[in-house]
Design a protein around this ligand. Structure first.
Ligand code: MG
Length: 334
């Protein structure tokens, strides 16, 4: 049979066949192959980080990735943002009947390849199938477990006036990629999603600087939302320099056409961090040497000001406040 049917989610013969021929085949590792109701992990020495996320992106395949790659990158990156080394991941699928098994296999292979690259083991999983009209192709939930070896807590409560704001690369690539695909916009240049793993880059940064205050991946809501979260948790404000913001030309022009600001558009392979001024150049250099941080830039600074807002110093010399976005810019972006 070439499509997923309700029997694949029944727990019976078809489910078992799917588990053996797809999930065990590609996710193959000693812990998963314990084949028990729960997998038992070895002792973990250090503080434990946990993160969970669900992925409902539409379309499920896009330029630069697919829902499978995204579901691993998203959770691995969230673990890395708290300074954790990602170790394990679980994967839950909700599939609508009628999905082609070939498509599911492509997603499963992509999950396996991304997990391998991230150096995480897929240790547990689940599959449910729902009737037509109750989902859209496939939804994935991933939960990740990581370990933190040092005692330091990364938190925006630590940020101080004079600290620098660094972003690892161009803004808005993922959101614009999905938006252009969804709206069937026929542009000469197709924007590639930045969907990617940040754990290796973060590890390098944290091993070389103990003055990183906080890290976050500016996903839904984009950079402006992440920076607003930072200032909401601290008494200070952030001043961004518009001319320093890295934005691809094609993303900028699509934003202009669609009436969006790249600062509010989702990224799936970028980190924004706040670091003490004395370490900012060093951290920038480390980032620029990594493939995930080639276009890193210092884009702003923390300023002493009790307003707790994000200011944008525009190219023409004015200053305006970047607020939190109101409402959902674009549903099912991740
Ligand atoms: Mg995050």
């Amino acid at each position: 049979m070439s499509i997923i049917t309700l029997s694949h989610g029944s727990g019976g013969k078809a489910t078992n066949k799917l588990i053996e021929e797809l999930f065990y085949k590609y996710f193959n590792n000693d812990i998963l192959l314990q084949k028990n109701d729960s997998s038992v992990l070895p002792n973990i020495d250090g503080r434990i980080a946990v993160s969970t996320d669900s992925f409902v992106i539409n379309p499920i395949f896009f330029n630069g990735g697919d829902i499978g790659k995204l579901s691993v990158c998203g959770t691995v990156n969230d673990l890395a943002m708290s300074g954790a080394t990602p170790l394990y991941i679980t994967v839950g699928f909700i599939i609508q009947e009628g999905l082609k098994i070939k498509e599911l296999e492509k997603v499963v292979k992509s999950i396996a390849a991304t997990a391998r690259k991230a150096n995480v083991k897929i240790v547990a999983g689940d599959t449910k199938v729902v009737e037509k009209g109750n989902a859209d192709k496939i939804y994935i939930n991933t939960t990740g477990i990581g370990v933190i070896k040092d005692e330091k807590y990364l938190s925006s409560e630590n940020i101080k006036p004079g600290d620098k704001v660094i972003v690892s690369g161009t803004l808005g690539d993922h959101g614009i990629c999905i938006m252009s695909k969804r709206k069937n916009l026929d542009f000469d240049v197709s924007v590639k999603s930045d969907c990617g793993l940040l754990n290796k880059l973060i590890k390098k940064i944290l091993s070389k600087s103990s003055n990183v205050r906080v890290l976050r991946d500016p996903t839904r809501g984009g950079l402006a939302t992440t920076l607003n979260e930072f200032v909401n948790e601290s008494p200070n404000s952030i001043l961004l320099y518009e001319q320093a913001l890295p934005v691809k030309e094609e993303v900028a022009s699509m934003c202009e056409i669609l009436g969006f600001e790249p600062l509010y558009i989702a990224n799936e392979g970028k980190v924004v961090l706040i670091v003490a001024e004395e370490d900012s150049e060093k951290v920038l250099e480390i980032m620029k040497k990594d493939p995930m941080g080639k276009e890193a830039q210092i884009i702003g600074e923390v300023i002493e000001d009790n307003n707790a807002v994000v200011y944008l110093k525009t190219e023409i010399g004015g200053t305006r406040i970047l607020n939190m976005p109101v409402g959902e810019l674009l549903p099912r972006i991740c």
